[in-house]
Design a protein around this ligand. Structure first.
Ligand SMILES: NC(=O)c1ccc[n+]([C@@H]2O[C@H](COP(=O)([O-])OP(=O)(O)OC[C@H]3O[C@@H](n4cnc5c(N)ncnc54)[C@H](O)[C@@H]3O)[C@@H](O)[C@H]2O)c1
Length: 197
C-alpha cells in the first residue's frame, strides 16, 4: 500500500509519515529515493528551477528524514538509504544544478550517519550510473539535444551498458538490511566501473 505525498512539501510529508506510523507502526528503513533532473545550459537556469530541483532532490531528504527519524530513535535502530548518483562526483555539461543537488544528497547521508551513529542509526548513499528508467532515458535525450554525447553507445563505453533498475534496488536493499550492519556513512557506486576509471 502506498501513501502519496509531494516529498518537497513539509505538510504533506508529515501527514503521510503520521499515517504510515498509525497504519504500520514505526519504520525500520527509510529510502530517500524520489528525485528528478533539469538538463539545460547553466546560464539559462532560472531561479525557480534551482529552487524546485533542490527542493525535490535535497530538501525532501531533510523533510522525510526529520519526520521518520524519531520513530527509529525511539527503538534505537534504523537504516536510511539516500539515492545519490555518479553525478555527485562526476560532472556533466548541462547538469550543474543536478550535480550540485546530488553532491548535497551524498553529504546529507554522511552527516546523518555521523550525527546518529551512537543512537543505532545507519545512513548510506547509493550512487547509480545511468539507469534504464524514464529519468535516465530523458536525461540521455536532453543531453544529446544539448550536443553532449550521451547515446547508449557512449554510455556503454563508460559503464559497459545501461543499468537496470533492479540492480540499483538490490544494492539499496543490501544497505538497508542487517547484512550491512557495520556499513554507515558510505556511498556505494552502482555503476559497473564508471567511477573506477
Ligand atoms: N535514472 C538514472 O539514470 C539515475 C541515475 C542516478 C541516480 N538516479 C536517481 O534515482 C532516483 C530515482 O530516479 P528514476 O530514474 O527512478 O526516476 P523516474 O523519473 O523514473 O522516477 C522518479 C520517481 O520519483 C517520484 N517523484 C518525483 N518527484 C517527486 C516528488 N516531489 N514527490 C514524490 N515523489 C516524487 C516520481 O513520482 C517517480 O516515481 C532519483 O533520485 C534520481 O536522481 C537516477
Amino acid at each position: 500500500m502506498g501513501l502519496g505525498a509531494d516529498v518537497s512539501q513539509g505538510v504533506q510529508v508529515r501527514e503521510a509519515v503520521a499515517r504510515g506510523l498509525a497504519e504500520f507502526g514505526p519504520a525500520d528503513v527509510l529510502f530517500n529515493h524520489a528525485g528528478t533532473l533539469i538538463v539545460k545550459p547553466f546560464l539559462d537556469v532560472q531561479e525557480h528551477e534551482w529552487d524546485w530541483l533542490m527542493a525535490v532532490n535535497v530538501k525532501s531528504m531533510y523533510l522525510v528524514t526529520q519526520a521518520v527519524l524519531p520513530q527509529m530513535l525511539a527503538k534505537g535502530a534504523g537504516s536510511i538509504v539516500c539515492t545519490s548518483s555518479i553525478s555527485a562526483q562526476y560532472a556533466t555539461p548541462g547538469e550543474v544544478v543536478y550535480n550540485a543537488s546530488k553532491g548535497a544528497c551524498q553529504m546529507f547521508a554522511r552527516a546523518i550517519a555521523v550525527e546518529f551513529r551512537d543512537r543505532g542509526i545507519r545512513c548510506n548513499a547509493v550512487a547509480p550510473g545511468f539507469i534504464r528508467t524514464p529519468h535516465g532515458e530523458r536525461e540521455m535525450r536532453d543531453l544529446q539535444q544539448m550536443g553532449v554525447d550521451a547515446s547508449e553507445a557512449a554510455i556503454s563505453l563508460q559503464q559497459g551498458r545501461l543499468c537496470e533498475p533492479e540492480e540499483v534496488a538490490r544494492a539499496a536493499l543490501f544497505l538497508a538490511s542487517d547484512d550491512a550492519s557495520f556499513v554507515s556513512g558510505t556511498q556505494l557506486f552502482v555503476d559497473n566501473g564508471f567511477s573506477a576509471v
